[in-house]
Design a binder for this molecule. Structure first.
Ligand code: SF4
Length: 447
């Protein structure tokens, strides 16, 4: 990079990446729990993708039964600490809380869930689970992200031997590598992995399916297989200058930031992020917190078309990120290093299909934004390489097709869940898929 942002002191990095939502104290947690109305037909529970019995776990906090509270949470969600901190609660449970209808602040469900889970892990994760009789059957799980972890934990309780095959050296997928550090730290994910391993799940790391081992061998070795793979490589912009030094993809950049070795992560003085989804916002606010002087988000559509949540958009604005809407990148400018990005203005020409109106460019409206670094955040491709080699498995629009009732693919022995079937949703959706797929696998192997 031509112009690097100056390094900060360790204290400055820690301050910049401090948690957005600090934990409750025992007193404030109890006071918040007592505010809950314990609604009979709780809309918060209905809006949680894992259907945690929210009034029940909150009630247990109010009566100082913190272990019981954690048990209620874990019964529905195996990665509940990560979800408590990283879930978009504003559009899920807290968004559905009845207090919103009264014009009052909703119950802080995420922070209360975090309070119960922090207490559980602080007390060395006691074994509070009931195991079924051993079934002498094994299940292979590909990918140790939230879907794979949830599936493995549930199958272990159901009596199966489970091996997870993970390409990375440190397991956890998105939970370990992809969530902004001001939401969750890597340590949170590692605590959940330690708990799941303590149930008997084996995790083999550094195993690249399709390279180190063939998917056929895994399918042959086990009685059933669960695909919990995330998405693959970042999509390319396919514009001139993409090969210049200083062009990065958001996933790699976020992974580096997640290492928490902030001093060693290179960031430009002026950074342009391409795309306006939640990943773009993460990359933008992380670049700013690493010391970038100015960060821009460039998006070819308008605000109404952004896939980022409103609260993420607000966070970016609070971090003084500047937005260029209706601006399409045309060329990355520079000789060897990035020196700028040339964009062209766009306008809407028709409503088009569903939520993707058609755009056209406005002739002679090109402009250049001087930047030192470009981060591409325009989505990811799926792992078609080894998925395509699984007999009878069907793909549609880059996603694995499953029977929504039991998560079984076209290959009866293979099940799938999480990002590879939904194209990239929340951690909590993957956790639910993994748990439900475990029951689909149990039903399949019991017949
Ligand atoms: Fe409590 Fe709100 Fe859920 Fe009602 S909707 S049970 S008040 S958290």
């Amino acid at each position: 990079m031509k112009n690097l942002a100056p390094k900060l002191s360790l204290k400055e990095y820690e301050n910049n990446f401090a948690e957005l939502h600090p934990p409750f104290t025992p007193l404030t947690a109890k006071a918040e729990a007592e505010r809950c109305l314990y609604c009979y037909d709780s809309p918060c529970t209905k809006s949680c993708p894992t259907h945690i019995d929210i009034p029940a776990f909150i009630k247990k906090i109010s009566t100082d039964n913190l272990l019981g509270s954690a048990k209620t949470i874990l019964d529905s969600n195996w990665v509940a600490l990560t979800c408590a901190k990283a879930c978009p609660v504003e559009v899920l449970c807290e968004g559905a809380c009845v207090y919103n209808d009264k014009g009052e602040k909703p119950i802080e469900i995420g922070r209360l869930q975090r309070y119960a889970m922090d207490n559980y892990f602080r007390n060395s994760s006691p074994n509070i689970f009931t195991f079924s009789k051993k079934k002498n059957k094994s299940v292979g799980i590909i990918g140790s992200g939230p879907a794979g972890l949830a599936c493995s934990a549930e199958l272990t309780l159901l009596g199966y031997d489970v091996i997870i095959y993970e390409a990375n050296k440190i397991p956890g997928g998105l939970n370990t590598w992809g969530i902004a550090p001001y939401k969750t730290r890597r340590q949170d994910s590692l605590k959940e992995i330690k708990l799941i391993k303590s149930l008997g799940v084996k995790i083999k790391t550094g195993i690249k399916v399709g390279e180190t081992v063939s998917v056929e061998d895994i399918i042959k070795k086990h009685d059933a297989v669960f695909l919990g793979v995330g998405l693959g490589k970042s999509s390319e912009l396919e514009i001139p200058g993409e090969e210049l030094k200083g062009v990065y993809n958001a996933i790699n950049f976020i992974e580096k930031v997640k290492s928490e070795n902030w001093n060693s992560v290179k960031v430009g003085k002026r950074v342009a992020i391409i795309g306006a989804g939640n990943t773009s916002i993460d990359a933008a606010t992380e670049a700013k917190r690493l010391g970038a002087e100015q960060v821009y988000i460039i998006y070819r559509r308008d605000t109404s078309q952004m896939s980022a949540y409103d609260f993420e958009f607000l966070l970016a604005k609070k971090d003084e990120i500047l937005f260029y809407f209706n601006s399409a990148p045309k060329k990355i400018v520079g000789k060897k290093y990035v020196e700028g990005i040339e964009c062209i203005k766009t306008k809407l020409i028709s409503k088009g299909l569903k939520d993707k109106p058609k755009l056209t460019v406005i002739p002679k409206s090109e402009f250049i934004i001087p930047v030192d670094m470009v981060i591409k955040a325009i989505g990811q491709k799926s792992h078609n390489n080894f998925l395509n080699s699984i007999k009878e498995l069907k793909m549609r629009d880059g996603k694995v097709v499953v029977n929504k009732k039991n998560y079984q693919t076209g290959n009866a022995k293979v099940f799938a869940g999480g990002d590879c079937i939904n194209g990239g949703k929340e951690v909590v959706n993957a956790a639910y898929d993994g748990k439900m797929a475990a029951h689909g696998i149990d039903e399949y192997l019991s017949n």
